[in-house]
Design a protein around this ligand. Structure first.
Ligand SMILES: [Zn+2]
Length: 473
């Protein structure tokens, strides 16, 4: 029977830590990477590796989620991980919190991309809707899986240790990295390390290798990488193993990734990209941009820009079609650009110039055109889905809701059929109320007036219920 080396290390450290004061305990724990991944080869070996398989996808998930830890195969698409990642080996439900706000995610995500830049993988930040993908969960503390606070930097659910777990899940606990020296670099290294376990890698002792336990600030080696050299297996130069878990007495992490993933394509032909919608001409202010992108080595993602400013990236195409929503553009001319990035890091772009018009071209009954959008007119019933043109929804004492708008008590600038009602704002403003029967504002008068009469001050105060529409300067 093989005792998982990493578990053994943990037990040793845990015992040693008991004798240390709290501060020393923390630094002992956190200056070195602690990984809970059991290095247990699958019975019968890693199983077949599809040579030149399609580009694999790694999904970086910094948003947390609920994961079932179960006696079953790991499956990233159903958020299921095996009980090998549970502290007591038992099934449980793990609710992982999103990454802590103290981390620089832009840096970390790019750092992980750099770590895998040489290999044939696609790294995305939106969850794929189909196909196999490896999920890197970045958040939580490890206590969700039953471990102690500050016990683990990460743990991988690698069912096929020594091979690729095609739907593997790698947990990297951001909470455990809080306050660690160079915490962004260290968290990046943990993500690369735990994903490495999913992709057939075991621990090696070489400090600058992603698969060692040696911390970035300990070794001074930055960036860490998957080093193309034959390393001793083990976790640090002080903790080596005579025999590796996955065969032989040494391991070359770079060559193993080349074997199991393949090298990234190196062609230099930019992707072909075409914006299919919108086409040049006049359009409304909110619309969907769609573009088709293709490339011999595959598309990594398509980024969309309006007037040079990125508004969204799509890495989960429908076939070859990528899309994002453009919402509430300003009136006038805008240049829309789709920039496709292929897996060999070539970029191709397409642009189209459109003219956003605030002319609604006619709205339906009971609607008013406001800055290019058909909204509910003052006096009409408020809608759950369409804002009021005047920005205010009132409720009368009968419980009916109708659209209104702010007004000036001095000039009574309400539309015809309405009058400005004082609701006690104290600043000379009120809201437009029905003026049937010749007046407004006769608060408390319940009889003989229009359909929304009898709006008492209190009722209106309570009645500003639905929405103050987003006002534009
Ligand atoms: Zn590890």
């Amino acid at each position: 029977m093989r005792i998982a080396p990493s578990r053994l290390v943990l037990a040793t450290l845990a015992l040693g830590a008991l004798a240390l004061p709290a501060a020393a305990q923390q630094s002992t724990f956190r200056s070195t990477h602690q990984c809970g991944t059991p290095q247990i080869p699958r019975a019968g070996g890693p199983g077949p590796v599809a040579a030149a398989a399609a580009t694999r996808t790694i999904y970086l998930n910094k948003n947390g989620g609920t994961y079932a830890i179960a006696n079953s195969a790991t499956n990233s698409s159903t958020n299921t991980a095996s009980t090998s990642v549970s502290a007591n080996g038992q099934p449980r439900t793990a609710v992982i919190a999103p990454i802590n706000a103290q981390f620089n995610w832009t840096f970390i995500a790019q750092c992980v991309r750099d770590a895998y830049a040489r290999y044939d993988v696609r790294i995305v930040e939106t969850e794929p809707t189909s196909g196999n993908y490896v999920e890197a969960v970045v958040g939580g503390t490890g206590t969700e899986l039953g471990f102690g606070a500050n016990q683990l930097f990460g743990i991988a659910s690698a069912d096929n240790f020594c091979g690729v777990t095609e739907r593997g899940i790698a947990f990297s606990f951001s909470g455990t990295h809080l306050g660690v020296p160079q915490q962004d670099r260290e968290l990046c290294a943990t993500i690369a390390h735990e994903v490495g376990h999913i992709l057939a890698l075991e621990h090696v002792a070489t400090p600058a290798d992603e698969m060692s336990y040696v911390g970035v600030s300990e070794s001074g080696a930055w960036p860490k990488s998957f080093i193309d050299m034959s390393s001793q297996c083990g976790t640090t130069p002080q903790q080596t193993m005579t025999n590796c878990s996955c065969g032989g007495t040494r391991s070359n992490t770079h060559q193993r990734l080349v074997q199991f993933l393949g090298l990234r394509a190196t062609e230099t032909v930019p992707p072909t990209v075409t914006i299919t919608s919108p086409t040049a001409g006049t359009i409304a202010r909110t619309f969907t941009i769609t573009a088709d992108a293709t490339d011999a080595s595959g598309i990594a993602e398509v980024t969309f820009k309006i007037d040079g400013v990125a508004i969204g990236t799509d890495s989960s195409p429908e076939g070859a079609t990528y899309s994002v929503e453009a919402v509430r553009l300003a009136e006038g001319s805008h240049t829309i650009t789709a920039e496709a990035l292929d897996l060999a890091n070539n970029r191709g772009t397409a642009s189209v110039t459109v003219d956003v018009s605030f002319d609604c071209g006619g709205c339906g009954d009971g609607q008013t055109c406001v800055e290019g959008e058909c909204l509910v007119s003052t006096g009409e019933a408020c809608s759950e889905t369409v804002p009021c043109a005047g920005g205010t929804c009132l409720q009368n004492q009968a419980g009916d809701q109708f659209c209104s708008q702010p007004c000036s008590l001095d000039t009574d600038d309400c539309p015809s059929g309405f009058a400005c009602a004082d609701i006690g704002n104290g600043d000379g403003t009120g809201v437009c109320n029905f003026s049937d029967d010749g007046g407004c504002c006769s608060t408390g008068d319940q009889d003989g007036q229009g359909p929304f009469v009898g709006i008492g001050l209190g009722a209106i105060g309570l009645g500003l219920v639905v929405s103050r529409r987003r006002r534009r300067k």
